[in-house]
Design a protein around this ligand. Structure first.
Ligand code: ADP
Ligand code: MG
Length: 299
């Protein structure tokens, strides 16, 4: 098959591993910097132009879209979808996953557990907001933050009030969330590929830090999920419409609490800590689906 990886950096571990996994299975692979694609629209003839060439013979694409290019990246994926190219990540699912509010609304509807969360239209009733998530300490998050940036712990009521007032003043959209103390800076990342948890790790934040993002220096180790954690991860990925997903959750006495579902989850931490060939699993998923789709088209 002819596979395209949408990635802005060929040197990233995840990109390199996906290339390796493709080559091992004798697929042709090309890395496309999606930020340099031009989208051409014309009656019944959508095209993607890249360095003067039309990209119309991919069987499948693997989007690895960074948070700073979500809008343009999703438009590129959508263009490939219009061209009937199989995409590992749907454009809509990518957009959904990048908005923490929209994601939590969907996950709540599906009956998934989550830290209690409040979103308001820059409400000045900070007292009520703080009370509704059980008081301070509490967590405040930018709607579109990632890698732990934009996630703030307000340790007491005064801090919570001033941080909320500051964000409101800047017209920055945030959610306010109950702080789950009992997890003590650890969370769980479950990696889902095609309706199966293919690997899971427990991430531990650096001392003095509550955010367990690997980008912030957290460490990771393999973990065996409980039945309810596994089922929550699969349900969350499904609710978001993601075939490949990194589901972040906090274990708690009330069961797993979902934080977010990542649509371009990194491979380095999870492959290193679990020893599983996750890049290979993603390529096998493509093999099962892109072929099926081709058959459907020719039938
Ligand atoms: P990001 O998209 O920036 O990764 P997350 O919502 O996943 O944002 O939060 C980053 C990290 O902060 C989580 O992995 C977790 O360790 C910690 N965290 C987030 N929300 C809470 C919470 N409500 N209670 C306790 N820890 C939290
Ligand atoms: Mg996260």
């Amino acid at each position: 098959m002819n596979i395209g990886i949408l990635s802005r950096n060929p040197e990233l571990y995840s990109t390199k591993r996906l290339v390796e996994a493709c080559e091992l299975r004798n697929h042709t692979i090309q890395i496309i910097d999606h930020s340099k694609c031009d989208l051409v629209m014309e009656k019944k003839q959508p095209q993607v132009l890249y360095h003067g060439e039309y990209l119309n013979d991919f069987d499948a694409i693997i989007p690895r879209i960074g948070a700073s290019v979500t809008f343009f990246g999703s438009a590129v994926i959508r263009q490939f979808e219009m061209m009937k190219t199989f995409s590992v990540t749907d454009s809509q699912a990518l957009l959904r996953s990048r908005d923490k509010l929209r994601s939590l609304q969907l996950l709540a509807r599906e009956g998934l557990g989550m830290p209690k969360t409040v979103f308001t239209n820059y409400s000045k009733h900070t007292d009520e907001i703080i009370d509704s998530v059980g008081g301070a300490p509490l967590v405040i998050k930018f709607l579109e933050g990632t890698q732990g940036i934009g996630v703030v712990l307000a340790e007491n009521k005064k801090a919570a009030e001033s941080v909320l007032a500051a964000f409101n003043g800047l017209k920055a959209r945030v959610i306010v969330q109950e702080f789950i103390k009992e997890c003590k800076g650890t969370d769980i990342r479950a990696f889902v590929v095609d309706g199966e948890v293919v690997g899971a790790m427990r991430r531990k934040a650096q001392p003095g830090e509550f955010r367990s993002n690997l980008h912030l220096g957290a460490t990771a180790e393999i973990v065996t999920l409980t039945r309810s954690q596994k089922s929550a991860a699969l349900k969350a990925a499904k609710a978001m419409g993601l075939h490949v997903a990194g589901v972040d959750m906090l274990p708690s006495s009330k069961g797993p609490l979902i934080l977010e579902v990542n649509s371009s989850p990194g491979l380095q931490g999870i492959e290193t800590s679990t020893g599983v060939d996750i890049a290979g699993k993603i390529i096998e998923f493509i093999e099962r689906n892109a072929r099926k789709r081709r058959k459907k088209i020719s039938a």
